[in-house]
Structures are given as structure tokens and as C-alpha cells.
Design a protein around this ligand. Structure first.
Ligand code: NDP
Length: 310
């Protein structure tokens, strides 16, 4: 029996790249928007921010694929069907995330914000660069995105440690795991990078108490989800100097509200949630592989553990 794939991401105006990739990789299968499909034929849904009630239109739906790595918003829905859920974990996301993290870490490791401020004052201000192996970088989350970013930072000669739920082996990275290891991990991170999923366990993981465990003046880079850091506590820590600088790509409310104190803080760099992006070509390959596996009854890669939250 032939089937179809419904695609729902309103931020993507042209889905012909996806449709062509599916036609080539899964002959006889159509990928289209809901209006262009017979709902009975839809077995797979590729979604990002689908409206409430979206899934109920498709009586033969078998699998939901989230068009992104983070599934916190999807899992929070009260209309989520009881079906397997997969997410994107594609090469382009890994590369773009590592590039962003590398940029943000090296910007601090090379004191660039100090020179940005000196330039605005019109001042030739020399600060001797710190040896990379004396700079301690802590990466919270050593998954698909965090592990690659950690390895790339380690390749620059910085001291890198990573924190996860279970033990990991990442080249050049000291790996610790579990909540008991967190206080010492924070106390020994001059630059802290957050690449965790947002789950009940990680929401406000970095509250005022844990931000106070960082070395005074530590730099914080959040590329994961805003709610993993208690934002008012971060603002206070940035104002007091406990946190020296922050690079923030994600926020508790997005877009960041105009009245957020973060906008005016000169020790904060704000980017609009774009640290990591998927490319249609590499993501389509992964989606085709997932559907092939599902049809063949093989184990799925990148399946979400709904109870765990990622
Ligand atoms: P993965 O699921 O591959 O990895 C998650 C990592 O976090 C794993 O190492 C996991 O540990 C660890 N972790 C989860 N919960 C805990 C916990 N309670 N305690 C300790 N460690 C924990 O996710 P990705 O690397 O693919 O993505 C990470 C997040 O990045 C996404 O969930 C998303 O929110 C965000 N993101 C942001 C983007 C942006 O543009 N800003 C774009 C894409 C993603 P273990 O492996 O041991 O279970």
C-alpha cells in the first residue's frame, strides 16, 4: 500500500527540496502539506510547531518526526498521539552548533569583548592572551550536539570537561555524569556551555544557587533552551559580576521581550535562536532512513524516550 508524508512547518515557504528528496529516496511516496493530501494516506508527519488538533486529522498516522532536535514543545502538547516520536539529529545541525560554540568560547578565551569595549572607548588596550590549556570549559550535555562541540573546543587546546546523565567517552574531553558531580563541575568551569535538552530535570537547573557555584566572573553560553537557566537569577548574576559575560541564543520567552533587562547589558551577546540549523538535504536523508527503518521493522535511530523527555 502506498502512503504519504505530511509536512508542517510554516517557517519553510518552499518544500520542493524535501518533496524531491523523498520522491528520490522513497519511490512512490508523496511528501506534501496537509491540504494537498488525502488524510487517510498519511502515515508519517514531519512537524515543527503544528497547530493544536493537527495530528487528529490523520487516522492512519504511525510515526511523528520533529523537525528539530529539541522536543520540549512537542512533548508538552496535550494532543500528542500515542505514537513513536523521532527527532532530527543531522550533520548540518552538529556542524553549525559546533561552529557557534567554538566562536562563543574562543571569543571569551581571547578576551574579545574586552577589546570590543576598548574600541568603543577609542583605547588601545593590551591584555596578554591566556594560554588555552589554562582555560577550563565545561559543557553541560554531551549528546549529538554537545559531544561534537566539546571535541571541537578540545581540539583548540582548551581544557574541556563535559557533563551528562550517563558516562560518555569524547576525545580530549573529561567526562563526568550525574547530579552529584555538578557542583565540582560548575566550580571548575571558567566558561560554561549549556547544550542540554529541556526536561523536568533540567528546567531551571542553573538557578541562583548553582550560578553562585561558578568561579566568579565565569562566562555562560546558552545554546539549548532558555528555561534551563533561571533568567532573573542570570540577570542578577550578570549585574553583580558573579557571571562575567553571557552569550545567549535562547530565552525563557522568545522573541526576547523588548523590556528584558538583558538587551541593555553590555556584557551580554544576544542572538535570535539560530545556533544550530538543519539543512533540507542532510535532514531529508535522515528522515528517509528513519522511515525505511520503520517500514522494515528495524530499530529507529533518534527516537525520543517520552518518559525521559528527550
Ligand atoms: P541529545 O538528546 O543528543 O543529548 C542530550 C544530552 O544531555 C545527553 O548527553 C544527555 O545525557 C544530557 N542530559 C539530558 N538530561 C540530563 C540530565 N538530567 N542530567 C545530565 N545530563 C542530561 O540532544 P542534542 O545534543 O541533539 O540537543 C541538545 C539540545 O540542544 C536540544 O534538546 C535542543 O533543546 C537544543 N538545540 C538548540 C538549537 C539552537 O539553535 N539553539 C538547535 C538544536 C537543538 P545522556 O546521553 O547521558 O542521556
Amino acid at each position: 500500500m502506498s502512503y504519504s508524508i505530511v509536512f508542517r512547518d510554516t517557517t519553510m515557504k518552499d518544500i520542493s527540496g524535501w518533496a524531491d528528496a523523498v520522491a528520490a529516496g522513497l519511490p512512490g511516496v508523496t511528501l506534501a502539506r496537509a491540504d494537498d493530501l488525502d488524510p487517510e494516506t498519511v502515515h508519517y508527519a514531519l512537524v515543527f510547531n503544528a497547530p493544536h488538533g493537527f495530528f487528529a486529522q490523520f487516522p492512519n498516522l504511525k510515526l511523528v518526526i520533529n523537525l528539530g532536535a529539541g522536543v520540549d514543545a512537542l512533548l508538552a502538547r496535550d494532543d500528542l498521539p500515542d505514537l513513536p516520536i523521532c527527532r532530527l539529529a543531522d550533520t548540518n545541525m552538529k556542524r553549525t552548533m559546533a561552529g557557534y560554540v567554538l566562536f562563543a568560547v574562543l571569543r571569551y578565551a581571547r578576551d574579545i569583548p574586552v577589546f570590543e569595549r576598548a574600541q568603543r572607548r577609542g583605547e588601545w588596550y593590551y591584555v596578554h592572551p591566556t594560554d588555552p590549556d589554562r582555560i577550563r570549559v565545561g559543557i553541560l550535555g554531551l549528546g549529538h550536539l554537545g559531544a561534537h562541540a566539546a571535541a571541537e573546543v578540545a581540539r583548540q587546546g582548551l581544557q574541556v570537561q563535559g557533563w551528562s546523565r550517563t558516562p560518555k567517552e569524547v576525545p580530549g574531553v573529561r567526562s563526568v555524569h550525574g547530579l552529584d558531580a555538578l557542583p565540582d563541575f560548575l566550580a571548575t568551569s571558567d566558561i560554561l556551555v549549556v547544550v542540554l535538552p529541556q526536561t523536568p530535570e533540567t528546567t531551571h537547573l542553573l538557578d541562583a544557587k548553582r550560578l553562585a557555584m561558578l568561579p566568579r566572573g565565569a562566562k555562560v553560553i546558552n545554546v539549548a533552551r532558555g528555561a534551563i537557566i533561571d533568567e532573573p537569577a542570570l540577570v542578577d548574576a550578570l549585574a553583580s559580576g558573579q557571571v562575567g559575560e553571557a552569550t545567549l541564543d535562547v530565552f525563557e520567552t522568545e522573541p526576547l521581550p523588548a523590556d528584558s533587562p538583558l538587551w541593555a547589558m553590555e556584557n551580554v551577546l544576544i542572538t535570535p535562536h539560530l545556533a544550530s540549523v538543519a539543512s533540507a538535504t542532510s535532514a531529508a536523508e535522515q528522515v528517509i532512513d528513519t522511515i525505511r527503518r520503520f517500514e522494515a521493522g528495524e530499530p529507529l535511530t533518534n527516537q525520543i524516550d517520552v518518559a525521559r523527555g528527550y
